[in-house]
Design a protein around this ligand. Structure first.
Ligand code: G1P
Ligand code: ZN
Length: 543
């Protein structure tokens, strides 16, 4: 095997965002672009020499080529061993599990999550640390620093073995083990959940529809739901991963996961509907004609997690990202466990999970997970729901209605304004930030402001401070508006407006969500002057 050192120059803009480096696929395919970033990952994390990494991706366009390049670079940099998903496929949660199970030094995951794929779509590269979680800020900063001063990268020149076949080959002195992507993940799920109870549920005629959205979860869901648990054949739809996700947008929300939504609203709807995203870490949950918001799902999973063997009597605490609704806070309070509020992005949960301070965590963006790995996990959420339904016996819609009756309902919605010119988005945010100190005590759209700040997070484990994480404005009736700019977009800026209104246990929980939120939506508009700054009178995507 011949290795070569290639001279290169820094490429602008290789700064990892909320979840790794995401760019247009065409950008990643420019000569040296991927190579520069991968070499910077190695250099920014103490070098690859003697290390073991997990490697895989969500199968989007360029996945296989990129895996080949990374294998050749890891070998040239002296890595001891690579554990690669067969065909280059690994869901993000499966990769996190492999990193932890085999005690590797980390992993490289190729995905742009729910962003569209294909030649004209998006691509992404994310480094996960030895705990299985997304690299914390200090590592992503170190990697970014390397990208700004890189002068050369190393790569093997010759062809390598076949990653399509399970088995092992070597590249120089690096051993490459190609593994089944599902086996270890399924074993973990069997440890966590009551598979017998779920089998009995399906045997009793329970029906579900899981939309894999032509993305990576297809093979996992087929094998576990239809194979091991006995869901009827055809319960998993769009199960074959395709490089452009069937031309769709693999984002599991009611806007993009239309097929399962139509099925769940149809005349012969199954009992339970779900979907997962491009790389398998997000989830959408539905009952018959009922979308369960991710914030409500987190609250309900926390309230009933004790029905799953792994969580019975074991909830140390719960964590949610700041914009996520405060429904779970109420459950945590009743359970007498702490509830942590973190900035957006899964990486902020890592320390709490590692320290045993939180067991479950979640984000309003359809991410839910636990301390079983260090990523959110779409299929895990579906299995926990199935475990709960199997053991509880109630229909999911009934369960949720009973929950609201007991805890009250946090009406919740997110309004996204996409591809706004960056200067306009920045002007909106800085205008809003400037007036925060004057807001408390004032009345906007009939709502009185009780607090207004720009969220800063002091990590209780390592005391690191993360500032400017989004503006939050709270009103005296418990309603709340949060505004922040996305850190995962690849074009212009995306403004996210998060809206929440609390209706107490005795109140009306059957209102239309947008109607219930109308005063909060009006307050957000008056406070941030969204129409003026964006030139748009309504959001592009409402979830
Ligand atoms: C989005 C979500 C966030 C999630 C991230 C990665 O980030 O809002 O909750 O952790 O994707 O999946 P954003 O684009 O808002 O920065
Ligand atoms: Zn994802």
């Amino acid at each position: 095997m011949n290795f070569k050192t290639v001279q290169t120059k820094p490429i602008d803009g290789q700064k990892p965002g909320t979840s790794g480096l995401r760019k247009k696929t065409s950008v990643f395919r420019q000569p040296g672009y991927l190579e520069n970033f991968v070499q910077s990952i190695f250099d920014g994390t103490g070098g690859a020499a003697g290390k073991t990494y997990v490697l895989g991706g969500d199968g989007r366009f360029f996945n296989t080529d990129a895996i080949g390049i990374i294998i050749r670079m890891a070998a040239a940099n002296g890595a001891a061993r690579l554990i690669v998903g067969q065909g280059g496929i690994l869901s993000t949660p499966a990769a996190s599990n492999l990193i932890r199970k085999y005690g590797t030094d980390g992993g490289i995951i190729l995905s742009a999550s729910h962003n569209p794929g294909g030649e004209n779509g998006d691509f992404g590269v994310k480094f996960n640390a030895a705990n299985g979680g997304p690299a914390p800020e200090k590592l992503t900063d170190a990697i970014h620093k390397e990208t700004t001063r890189i002068a050369q990268y190393k790569i093997a020149e010759d062809d390598i073995g076949d990653i399509g076949k399970i088995g092992s080959f070597t590249v120089g002195s690096t051993q490459v083990d190609v593994v089944d992507p599902v086996d270890d993940y399924e074993a973990l799920m069997q440890d966590l959940f009551d598979f017998d109870a779920i089998r009995a549920l399906f045997a009793g005629g329970f029906r579900m529809c899981f939309d894999a959205m032509h993305a990576v979860t297809g093979p996992y869901a087929k094998r576990i739901l239809e194979g091991s648990l006995g869901a009827s054949e055809g319960s998993v739809i769009n199960a074959v991963p395709s490089p452009d996700f069937g031309g769709g947008h693999p984002d599991p929300n009611p806007v993009w996961a239309k097929e399962v939504v139509e099925t769940m609203e149809g005349p012969d709807a199954p009992d339970f509907g779900a979907a997962s995203d491009g790389d398998g870490d997000r989830n959408m949950i539905m009952g018959r004609s009922a979308f369960v918001s991710p914030s409500d799902s987190l609250a309900l999973l926390t309230a009933y997690a004790h029905l799953a063997p792994a969580y019975s009597g074991k909830l140390s605490g719960v964590a949610r990202s700041m914009p996520t609704s405060r429904a779970v806070d109420l459950v945590a309070e009743r359970l007498g466990i702490p509830c942590f509020e973190t900035p957006t992005g899964w990486k902020f949960f890592g320390n709490l999970l590692d320290a045993g301070m939180a067991t479950l965590c979640g984000e309003e963006s359809a991410g839910t997970g636990s301390d079983h790995i260090r990523e959110k996990d779409g299929l895990w959420a579906v299995l926990l729901w199935l475990n709960i339904l199997a053991r509880d016996g109630r229909d999911i819609v009934q369960l949720r209605a009973d929950h609201w009756r007991s805890f009250g309902r946090n009406y919740y919605s997110r309004h996204d304004y996409e591809e706004i010119p960056t200067e306009d988005a920045n002007a909106l945010m800085s205008g809003l930030r400037a007036k925060l100190p004057q807001l408390p005590g004032t009345t906007v759209a009939g709502l009185q402001v009780s607090a207004a700040d720009d969220f800063a997070y002091l990590d209780p484990v390592d005391q690191s401070l993360t500032e400017a994480q989004g503006v939050r404005i709270t009103f005296t009736d418990g309603s709340r508006v949060v505004l922040r700019l996305s850190g995962t977009g690849t074009q212009g800026a995306t403004l996210r407006v998060y809206l929440e209104r609390f209706v107490d246990s005795g109140g009306d929980h059957a209102q239309d969500v947008q109607a219930a939120l109308a005063p909060v939506i009006e307050a957000a508009e008056q406070l941030a002057q969204i129409a003026k700054h964006t030139g748009r009178s309504t959001a592009d995507v409402i979830t």
